[in-house]
Ligand binder design. Structure first.
Ligand code: URA
Length: 208
């Protein structure tokens, strides 16, 4: 169990046993006001059995239009980074702290994050990744540390409920400030190396 829910609760999120059921429920969510100002819920995309999950802030205009996370300019950069790290995009799962686009792409409020986080917690439980990459300070503050500073903790492995967590800059920050590209790449190299080790270990175990 992740978050503040009881193991024996009849929480509808807990009752969802796969991502399709959870998405179905999430599409009906009205836990905060964001849903009134956007086209729809952007649940997440990718491999439901991913060992690596990437978490961003919230959908932008293009994501809101297409109903998928990271499909705009930041998403294209993220695809390039994953390709450079030789991490196949079909192997990962990508989601956001908030599932609905905040007006004018403003940073979601703490209340909006708190209202939305149970969806992400349940996504993480169902996917059960070994590694999570947090993209930017909203992801860091939403999931791990409300007062966390991305400039301070980026590049350091954190532990969150037994999952290895790497905070790094958001790809949109790299587009705004190219001097952040080099440190972000250093962070992704750490992710690449651990991911490789993990895949190799799991492949060996599966053969044994
Ligand atoms: N930025 C995010 O944080 N998430 C998206 O899905 C797109 C841009």
């Amino acid at each position: 169990m992740i978050g503040q829910r009881s193991l024996f609760s009849d929480d509808p999120l807990e009752m969802c046993t796969d991502l399709d059921q959870l998405k179905e429920l999430n599409l009906q969510c009205r836990r905060c006001g964001l849903r009134d100002g956007c086209n729809g819920v952007v649940f997440g995309k990718g491999n439901p059995r991913a060992r690596l999950m990437l978490i961003g802030e919230g959908p932008g205009a293009e994501e809101d239009r297409q109903g998928l996370p990271f499909v705009g300019a930041a998403g294209q950069l993220l695809d390039k980074i994953l390709a450079a790290a030789e991490i196949p995009v079909e192997e990962v799962y990508i989601a956001n702290i908030v599932k609905c686009r905040p007006p004018n792409n403003r940073v979601p409020t703490r209340e909006e994050m708190d209202a939305c986080l149970p969806w992400l917690w349940r996504q993480i439980e169902l996917i059960s990744p070994a590694i999570i990459v947090l993209l930017g300070s909203t992801a860091l503050q939403g999931l791990v540390d409300p007062k966390g500073r991305i400039t301070r903790v980026r590049g350091q492995w954190l532990d969150w409920n037994g999952i290895k967590v790497m905070p790094t800059y958001h790809p949109a920050a790299l587009l705004r400030d190219p001097s952040k590209k080099k440190p972000a790449w250093e962070d992704f190299k750490k992710v690449r190396d651990l991911y490789r080790q993990l895949k190799e270990r799991e492949a060996r175990l599966n053969l044994a």
